[in-house]
Design a protein around this ligand. Structure first.
Ligand code: SDX
Length: 451
């Protein structure tokens, strides 16, 4: 049996206890299989037990052994990671140990991207070099423009971003040499630098406006605003307050441990394709309204509610199960999402420039009603990162369909940091879950005239 199929549990020799079943103090689980009467000691490591260890629990030699069953991975750790720390109970989020509140207040998106990818904050010269490398890789191959031109004018930009990111792999065929650190580095740079360009091109395509090329004099977020909004002026000058707000939003969306889209990147990445294909899988997952698509769904929900006096009926509809309060709830946070708190404040800064978004009043009223209602309290439903972010994007003039695209830009550095960690993790192999088979067995083919 190959090493990875070996289990580390043995039939338990009853651990020493005082006879009253008091704990032995050992870091093990003692499991008794009542089908056989045999007991097993399962090691507990880092608060987990290895699912593979349960394969040793069998009724006879022909038995495959026990598996664990965990649809949607509600209680399964799939990897060891040092990228992001989440404490859902206390609403704590740290990138490489640095609290999100401090990074949002004092860092920049590219500095945070460096931190996520390399594990440490950069020195001044490291940051300057990193910024330079990102800046000189913002262009995409001219053929990408023709590729994007093939989409309908009303194509959803997430569908365009997903496709264009996957298409990038065909322009860098060497990218699939993922075991070469230098190659991983240049593809990391390209993905982080080109995502805003692809996003802006998708927006300009939908607007029927000419593409705007990157301006290397501008910083990351300012250049994105340039590619989005430059018209006939010779030089686009981003409003520094909007540029800062965007940078903070990218920081807040940069990583979030093993969320759905990151798990998709890791799972696809485990088969060892190039990173563009793995990140395209992440974009596809993020597209979903239960994940990154929620910020788009929140805006549509607020527009549907329209007036504050419609809120009570809407909330009753949620409690009757007719619809969800989009932007609320989280698999991990059973407390206020710390990012939502920061975004709420950033919104005020943006509205100083753009004027207050009237939908904010509906969002604030909806939040205060929900936070006092037992339905939401019992289910620990609080605002998440998507509840307020759309209000800022709308104030920046973005169409709703672009909201998840903004999420994808920020999350690219997290996806690539997690992908690198997975590639470098000696414990990782191709992801291939098992199943509980519930279908028919061994049926003989029936000719069509007898069916
Ligand atoms: C993101 O994982 C991450 O880290 C994701 C993310 C990241 O940075 O990557 O944080 C980004 O995806 C944020 C979440 C964005 N999605 C939404 O805002 C969509 C609305 N929220 C949900 O649909 C839901 O809360 C999820 C998907 C976020 C979490 O779903 P879970 O953990 O599977 O919870 P569940 O669907 O099993 O719900 C538990 C209960 C249910 O009630 P009962 O059946 O027990 O009566 O809570 C209810 C649900 O009906 N519920 C909601 C609700 N979310 C959960 N009821 C009303 N409105 C909601 N939003």
């Amino acid at each position: 049996m190959s090493k990875e199929n070996e289990t580390t549990i043995s039939t338990a020799s009853r651990p020493e206890t005082n006879g009253a079943g008091a704990p032995s103090g050992e870091e093990t689980l003692t499991v008794t299989d009542n089908r056989t009467g045999r007991s097993y000691e399962v090691p507990i490591v880092d608060g987990t037990v290895r699912a593979l260890d349960f394969r040793a629990i069998r009724v006879d030699e022909d038995d495959f052994g026990l598996m664990t069953y965990d649809p949607a991975f509600m209680n399964t750790a799939a990897c060891r990671s040092s990228v992001t720390y989440l404490d859902g109970t206390n609403g704590v989020l740290e990138y490489r140990g640095y609290p999100i509140e401090q990074l949002a207040e004092r860092s920049s998106y590219l500095e945070v991207a460096y931190l996520l990818v390399h594990g440490e904050l950069p020195t001044a010269s490291q940051l300057a070099d990193w910024q330079h490398q990102i800046t000189i890789h913002t262009f995409v191959h001219e053929n990408i423009k023709e590729f994007l031109g093939g989409f309908r004018h009303d194509a959803h930009p997430m569908g365009m971003l997903l496709s264009a990111t996957g298409a990038l792999s065909t322009f860098y065929p060497e990218a699939d040499d993922i075991d070469d650190p230098e190659n991983r580095h240049i593809q990391t740079i390209r993905l982080i630098s080109k995502m805003p360009t692809l996003a802006a091109f998708a927006y300009r395509h939908a607007q029927g406006q000419p593409y705007v090329y990157p301006d290397n004099d501008l910083a990351y977020s300012g250049n994105f605003l340039n590619m989005m909004y430059k018209m006939t002026e010779l030089k686009y000058e981003p409003d520094p307050r909007l540029e800062r707000a965007l940078d903070v939003l990218f920081i807040l969306h940069a990583d979030h441990e093993q969320n759905c889209s990151t798990s998709a990147v890791r799972s696809v990445g485990s088969a060892k394709p190039d990173p563009y294909s793995a990140v395209a899988a992440g974009i596809a997952a993020l597209y979903g309204p239960l994940h990154g698509g929620a910020n788009e769904a929140v805006l549509r929900m607020l527009r549907r509610i329209k007036h504050r006096d419609n809120i009570p009926d809407f909330v009753n509809g949620v409690k009757e199960g007719k619809q969800r309060l989009m932007g609320f709830g989280h698999r991990v946070y059973k407390n206020y999402d710390p990012r939502a708190r920061i975004i709420k404040k950033a919104a005020e800064d943006v509205f100083e420039v753009t004027g207050r978004n009237p939908l904010l009043d509906i969002a604030l009223e909806l939040e205060s009603i929900a936070l006092e209602d037992d339905y939401f309290i019992e289910r620990k439903l609080y605002p998440n990162v998507d509840f307020y972010s759309g209000l800022i994007y709308e104030a920046l003039g973005l169409p709703v369909a672009m909201f998840p695209v903004m999420f994808a830009i920020g999350r690219t550095s997290g996806w690539i940091a997690q992908w690198r960690e997975m590639v470098e993790d000696p414990e990782q192999k191709i992801s291939r879950p098992r199943q509980i088979y519930t279908g028919e067995r061994a049926r003989d083919y029936i000719p069509i005239d007898q069916r």
